[in-house]
Design a protein around this ligand. Structure first.
Ligand SMILES: Cc1cc2nc3c(=O)[nH]c(=O)nc-3n(C[C@H](O)[C@H](O)[C@H](O)COP(=O)(O)O)c2cc1C
Length: 202
C-alpha cells in the first residue's frame, strides 16, 4: 500500500518537493526516472508530445536539451508554453509541470554539449531533427562526412542545438492510493511569486 501524501508533508517550494521525490526515485533504482513526456502546441493549438530526458533541476525549473529547429523547437517559438509529465510506475507517482519555456544561457548549453560523448556531439550536427529524410542512408552519409570534417578537432556546439528550461506556474504531485482515492497536491504560483497549495480530486 502506498504511503499518503498530504498537505502537511509538502515542502514550501515545488522545485524542492520535486527534488525530494526525484532523489527518492533515483535511490529506488527505478527505470528511467529522468524521462518526461513533454507536451507543446503550435500557434494553432495543435498539440504534440514526446519523451525527453531532464538533464538538470535548477531554482528556475527543469532543463532539457534538444534541437531548437525540431518540431518541439518550432512549437516553442510559436507558443512558449509546455507541460512536462513524469510517471514513475514503481512508485505509483506522477508529477506534472506547466509553464513558460525559455532557452538556457548559451554557456550552460556549451557546458552540457562539451560533457557529451563525441559521437553524440557529431550526431547533433548530423540530425536536422524532425525534418524528413529520403532514407537512413542520407543520415549515415551525413554522419560520415561530419566525422571526417571534425577529425582531430573539437566538436563545437551547433547553434541550432541547446537547452530549454521549463519555468513552472503549476506543479502537481500525484501519489497513487488504494481504491482510486489518490492524493493530488497542486502548487500554483500567484502574482507575487508565492506558491498556493490545493488538493485536487482524484
Ligand atoms: C527515453 C527517451 C529519451 C529521449 N530524450 C531526448 C532528449 O533528451 N532530447 C531530444 O531532443 N530528444 C529525446 N528523445 C527523442 C524524442 O522523443 C523525439 O523523438 C525527438 O526529440 C524529436 O521530437 P519532435 O519531432 O517532437 O521535436 C528521447 C526519446 C526517448 C524515448
Amino acid at each position: 500500500m502506498n504511503a499518503p501524501f498530504t498537505e502537511n508533508d509538502v515542502l514550501d517550494n515545488p522545485i524542492d518537493q520535486f527534488s525530494a521525490w526525484f532523489e527518492n526515485a533515483i535511490k529506488s533504482g527505478i527505470k528511467d526516472p529522468f524521462a518526461l513526456t513533454l507536451a507543446t502546441a503550435n500557434k494553432k493549438g495543435m498539440p504534440s508530445a514526446r519523451v525527453v530526458y531532464m538533464r538538470d533541476v535548477t531554482e528556475s525549473g527543469l532543463v532539457f536539451f534538444t534541437n531548437y529547429a525540431s518540431h518541439k523547437g518550432n512549437d516553442l517559438l510559436e507558443n512558449p508554453y509546455a507541460s512536462a509529465n513524469f510517471y514513475w510506475e514503481d512508485l505509483s507517482r506522477q508529477v506534472r509541470f506547466t509553464g513558460r519555456v525559455e532557452k538556457v544561457d548559451s554557456g550552460e548549453s556549451d557546458d552540457y554539449f562539451n560533457s557529451r560523448p563525441r559521437e553524440s556531439q557529431i550526431g547533433a550536427w548530423a540530425s536536422h531533427q524532425s525534418s524528413k529524410l529520403d532514407g537512413r542512408e542520407e543520415l549515415i552519409s551525413k554522419l560520415d562526412k561530419l566525422i571526417e570534417k571534425f577529425e582531430g578537432k573539437e566538436v563545437p556546439r551547433p547553434d541550432f542545438w541547446g537547452g530549454y528550461v521549463i519555468i513552472p506556474t503549476t506543479v502537481e504531485f500525484w501519489q497513487g492510493r488504494e481504491s482510486r482515492l489518490h492524493d493530488r497536491i497542486q502548487y500554483e504560483r500567484n502574482e507575487n511569486g508565492n506558491w498556493a497549495l490545493s488538493r485536487l480530486s482524484p
